[in-house]
Design a protein around this ligand. Structure first.
Ligand code: SF4
Length: 157
């Protein structure tokens, strides 16, 4: 079975971001995608949220996810995280490369829940679930480490 990694759709240039913009296409990841090494996911979109959508942040007390309009969107985020885990199980994935600073995908920093553009330490909802299930989650600045962990050599593709 071919090695697969899970990658955030926005890092592949898919139009899935909350603002509908394509901002972060990563050429290395896209090449891996074209060669069949990547399962793409946007947890927020597969969880049922639209493009565009109101930006969301994990609440200050970290109990819920609230969008900028004040709506509690936690169930969408949980559904998306569970679908991401399902993809990993189906494809025997144990490495993911997900977008930093996202309330779904981040493995390091999240916005603090005040919508004031302030970051704090924390992980997105999907990352939390994947890590609980022993899947290594890296971000777009850690691609080399992620590929090493997955056993993919860029020189071979
Ligand atoms: S960071 Fe994650 S949830 Fe946000 S647009 Fe990218 S893939 Fe979707």
């Amino acid at each position: 079975m071919k090695i697969k990694i899970l990658v955030s759709g926005c890092l592949l240039g898919e139009q899935v971001r909350y603002d509908g913009k394509i901002k972060y296409k990563n050429e290395t990841l896209f090449r891996l995608y074209e060669k069949g090494f990547v399962v793409s996911i946007c947890p927020e979109v597969v969880g049922g949220l639209a493009v565009p959508r109101a930006a969301s942040e994990i609440s200050v007390d970290r109990t819920d996810i609230i969008n900028k309009e004040g709506k509690n969107v936690t169930p969408y985020f949980i559904k998306g995280a569970n679908i991401a885990l399902k993809y990993c199980i189906e494809h025997r994935i144990n490495v993911a490369i997900l977008k930093s600073k996202s309330p779904s995908c981040s493995n390091n920093l999240i916005y603090d829940g005040t919508f004031t553009n302030t970051l704090k330490n924390g992980k997105g909802i999907t990352t939390q679930l994947l890590e609980k299930n022993k899947i290594y989650v890296f971000n777009e600045y850690q691609i080399k480490e992620a590929l090493y962990m997955a056993g993919i050599d860029l020189n071979d593709i």
